[in-house]
Design a protein around this ligand. Structure first.
Ligand code: 0X9
Ligand code: CA
Ligand code: ZN
Length: 347
């Protein structure tokens, strides 16, 4: 019996290796592939890249943040910008864009004066994979999984991490759901999930001046508030920066990313990361919903060949935001919380 099964297994492995030379996730990163690539980048550019373990996921995977800056081991008094990816498991392209940003900065630091200025004068923090458990489940389980993998009991799994942040959490049942079976289940309490706690704790330790949380696939740029259609203080500046980012994206491949307040341009949400960050420290905080490019083929299934063009078109928007952070270095919004008096240092 044994002797018959072993060659069969071997054959199956060989066939699948031939059919999927990069694994079933293709050119997209799995958790382990991303971990390896982040540490490889740190190994190659140890002066400007450092990977931090910022906590554990529910299933005990590491949550990583990658810092890109000169004197990377030192906390300098430089404006900090945060790029987040993959709150939602199936949005694979949202891992690639922030990771590629880190790679681009590291690889072009030596030769490109604009990159050198960013890296020397700011600290760029990248958390490309907020939801590693969910991502692994989309690779090995169900491709269209969205939430994390919290066992809610009763056969229901998952909390929508982008409904679990603590500002106006669960303020209504339009922007999130109290039903554990829902795709937008907000969790049992604000920050009930280790993944959102890790982002929160990083945020509160730093002094971020701008933030982008990448998602897919609506090809839009969204800004707070998400929980209400009322505009926040600073709405005009949020809109102005969004317009600048949109124009820069469009200049690359011609794609128009519409922009607007979250509740108008897309739909209402409560407990998302941008509302929370904006409430905490009044910084420009954006959700960029990346493009599917091919809308007909199903929005979450970006082709592998589309990774580079989608990164390339978003690069100047990210660069613009870093540039703004270096030039402005001050909050624009309500600032409900003073980040232990370390914020607003230039006011
Ligand atoms: O619903 C979300 O969390 C985001 N869209 S997605 O299709 N990627 O799930 C949008 C979040 C932005 N906030 C609001 N639209 N309020
Ligand atoms: Ca530095
Ligand atoms: Zn999303």
């Amino acid at each position: 019996m044994k002797a018959k099964i072993a060659p069969l297994i071997l054959l199956t492995l060989l066939l699948s290796a031939a059919a999927y030379p990069q694994g079933i996730n293709g050119a997209y990163h799995s958790y382990l592939e991303l971990e390896a690539d982040m540490f490889a980048l740190q190994h190659r550019y140890p002066d400007i890249v450092k990977v931090f373990d910022i906590g554990d996921s529910l299933e005990k995977r590491n949550l990583y943040a990658m810092k890109i800056s000169d004197n990377v081991l030192v906390e300098e008094d430089e404006p900090e910008v945060l790029f987040l990816g993959c709150h939602h498991a199936r949005e694979w392209i949202s891992v690639e864009v922030p990771f590629l940003m880190g790679k681009y900065l590291a690889e072009n630091y030596a030769a490109d004066p604009a990159v050198r200025r960013f890296v020397d004068q700011s600290e760029i923090w990248i958390v490309p994979l907020v939801n590693p458990d969910g991502l692994e489940y989309t690779i090995h389980g169900y491709r269209l999984w969205r939430k994390n993998r919290r066992d809610n009991g009763g056969g229901d799994y998952g909390v929508d991490l982008n409904r679990n942040y603590g500002y106006k959490w669960g303020v209504d049942n339009l922007g999130s759901s109290a039903n554990p079976a829902s795709e937008v289940y907000r969790g049992s309490a604000p920050f009930s999930e280790p993944e959102t706690r890790a982002v929160r704790d990083l945020y509160l330790k730093k002094n971020f001046q701008a933030l982008v949380s990448f998602h897919s696939y609506s090809q839009v740029i969204l800004y707070p508030w998400g929980y209400t259609k009322q505009p926040p203080d600073g709405a005009a500046t949020l809109k102005e920066i969004a317009a600048e980012m949109s124009a820069r994206i469009q200049a690359v491949n011609g794609r128009l990313y519409e922009y607007g307040q979250s509740g108008d341009a897309l739909y209402l949400t409560n407990g998302d990361v941008t509302d929370w960050a904006f409430a905490m420290s009044g910084i420009p905080a954006y959700t960029i919903e990346l493009t599917p490019i091919d809308w007909a083929s199903g929005g979450f299934f970006n082709r592998q060949e589309d990774i580079d063009p989608i990164f390339e078109e978003n690069l100047p928007a990210m660069a613009y935001l870093i540039d703004r952070a270096i030039r402005d270095y001050r909050p624009i919004g309500p600032a409900a919380y003073d980040l232990k008096k370390r914020l607003f240092k230039r006011d």
